[in-house]
Design a protein around this ligand. Sequence first.
Ligand code: 5GP
Length: 196
Amino acid sequence: MNFLEKKICEEGVVLSPTVLKVDSFLNHQIDPLFMKQIGCEIVKRYKDEKINKILTIESSGIAPAVFAGLELDVPVVFARKKKSLTLTDGLLTSRVYSFTKQEENEISVASKFLNAGERVLIIDDFLAHGEAALGLAELVKKADAHICGFGIVIEKSFQNGRQKLLDKGYRVESIARISEMSADGITFLKSEVLST
Ligand code: 5GP
């Protein structure tokens, strides 16, 4: 088991066969040292990609994204889920459907923070049906920037997000890949971790 899989087994709560709660280190309380390790692991996988921007989405993508940004020394931009009072002009937007909330939302980022030609790594906390990931990819495409790939903390591999991204030709790197989960336990797909 890798360091994240171990943590998920110790602290994760399986709310249903499709929903995992990890609020002790990722979704509510944040374990900074642990998040640093996650950020470094994502960066290692993309070390040859000359990334110069990281894009994530508020709020739970921000912690792993910031640590990846610290490691790479590149800016981290997070897409907003709600319209900001101060963020009105020059917006890039896309629509994201949430299966958990069963609603569609517009996400946005100021166009001045995503520029043509930039090499962007997209980071998020979970990959489920891939809707958030595809919405973020849309923002990068609208900016005429390049998507180097996705760095995902926890992938629920029994949902179709990874396949949707692969079908579009994107690279997907997930630190933990869950193949099945229930109150009795969590099963992982093999995921090679480069950190010690
Ligand atoms: P997707 O767009 O891939 O269907 O879902 C990804 C988004 O939904 C993530 O940004 C994450 O916030 C949320 N999400 C999806 N599944 C889970 C889950 O099992 N647990 C938690 N905590 N969040 C999830």
